[in-house]
Design a protein around this ligand. Sequence first.
Ligand code: NI
Length: 172
Amino acid sequence: MSKLPIINVPDPLLKTISDPVGQVDDDLRRLMDNMLETMYGAPGIGLAAIQVAVPKRVIVLDTEGDEETRKPLFLVNPEITWSSEDVNVYNEGCLSVPEHYAEVERPAAVKVRYLDYQGKAQEELMEGLAATCVQHEIDHLNGVVFIDYLSRLKRNMIIKKVQKATKDVPIL
Ligand code: NI
């Protein structure tokens, strides 16, 4: 396994709508293994493939485990099939928006259909932090980052601060 570089806002790749995966094969499992190592190393609780510049509908999560008991979830072509009317507000962060956090309101529970690490179809009810995290990651597959839910002023301020801190990109 190897760690992959994570891209930050305002990289235009983060606006990409990722492509569905045709087949869960060894190449894809290698990508998922590397994504998981990248996520744990960051550290983070969720990562979408586009954050490592791969435009495929793949996410990895671990909202329950700790260093000793890891509980990774691999979701290929995830789709929300049901959302609760109840909402939750979490102070969200993102590995592509380092050091910045903001409250985002989302459905408190969702059902998600996906293919697992072996390519087997699964459907799971997710609640609490897992529900927030899976919605945040599925947003990435649709080119949406959590700061897109904030006011334009706040979003631009955060982007400028990330640019300044990471110095990847010149501030224009
Ligand atoms: Ni994120």
